[in-house]
Design a protein around this ligand. Structure first.
Ligand SMILES: Nc1ncnc2c1ncn2[C@@H]1O[C@H](COP(=O)(O)OP(=O)(O)OP(=O)(O)O)[C@@H](O)[C@H]1O
Ligand SMILES: [Mg+2]
Length: 282
């Protein structure tokens, strides 16, 4: 019998040109960093990719949709009361923290963003439509673990999903139902394109080890070529409130994140050269 994992990876297509938002600048791409699991490295990946892309000259907005404000906490940001998703989506540029690093802005969330009557996904789409003075090339959305309708709404607001999985049994075994959901949304033309799977390694697991090889065999080209090993430098960088690509760019995790950003940029450039634009801009 085909497992949901095989079924999904065999048939899911990266490019989906369904138009759903009019008038959005072609070059703004909204990418959600998500997972069905907690504690696998979503926030770490978001802030490091954000910093890596801004170093590559992109104008990047990192959006925090995690009610516990993980991005702001990781970067030691003081968040004024007037910041938040709702105000930014309504066009208030002061709701965004500018140049947290050169070229990297952060949109922190506010406790009022999580009222029961709101659709955060709708705000993320509005953000992509905003005509900011200096438009964003990339909006990276950090998310909490995938659960239920709110997560689904958020997922559908993104052009693409970077799925983070940790090379360990629970992360892997809880994946099929998430992939099922993703596939269902894709069939309805609602879901984001699965851009790729980013593997993070648990403590003691080497790069290119048994787990990584097994997952690469299973997921094939859906896996990004880079993987991020567990390394105490990531914890030290967190203590300084910095992405590791800035605090220790020569370290192995930093190099993997920098190479991952280069790889993603190359894929996007190749697609755009072939006329494939972000889903929401098509
Ligand atoms: N490559 C790594 N090496 C060492 N520690 C890491 C690495 N990546 C992440 N961590 C640490 O693991 C913990 C969880 O990482 P992170 O917060 O990025 O996960 P998450 O998936 O965003 O979690 P949550 O589901 O709670 O939002 C953090 O303390 C982080 O500093
Ligand atoms: Mg997180």
């Amino acid at each position: 019998m085909t497992s949901p994992i095989n079924e999904y990876t065999d048939t899911h297509i990266i490019v989906n040109n369904s138009p759903d938002i009019a008038g959005r600048p072609v070059n703004t791409r909204t990418v959600m960093i998500g997972s069905q699991k907690g504690g696998v490295g979503k926030t770490t990946t978001t802030i490091n990719l954000g910093a890596a892309f801004s170093e590559r000259g992109k104008h990047v907005l990192v959006v925090d949709t995690d009610p516990v404000s993980s991005v702001a906490a990781s970067l030691h940001l003081e968040v004024p009361d007037f910041c938040g998703l709702e105000r930014a989506a309504a066009g208030n540029a002061d709701a965004i923290l500018r140049d947290v690093e050169p070229g990297l802005d952060v949109l922190p969330c506010s406790p009022t963003d999580f009222r029961s009557d709101v659709r955060i996904g709708g705000w993320i789409q509005q953000l992509g439509e905003q005509e900011f003075e200096d438009p964003y090339d990339l909006i990276l959305v950090d998310s909490s673990p995938y659960t239920g309708p709110r997560s689904r709404d958020l997922l559908c607001s993104a052009d693409e999903l970077l799925l983070v999985i940790r090379a360990e049994p629970l992360s892997y075994r809880t994946l099929p139902s998430f992939l099922h959901d993703l596939r269902r949304l894709d069939n309805l033309d609602l879901g984001p394109n699965l851009r790729g799977i980013i593997l993070t390694l648990p403590q003691g697991e080497p790069l290119g080890g048994r787990w990584e090889n097994g997952l690469r065999n299973r997921f094939g080209s859906r896996m990004m070529p880079q993987a991020v090993p567990y390394d105490s430098v990531v914890g030290y960088s967190l203590a300084q409130g910095l992405p590791v690509v800035i605090s220790d760019p020569e370290s192995v995790p930093a190099q993997q994140y920098l190479e991952l950003a280069a790889e993603l940029e190359q894929r996007w450039d190749e697609e755009e050269a072939n006329g494939v634009v972000p889903r929401s801009a098509a």
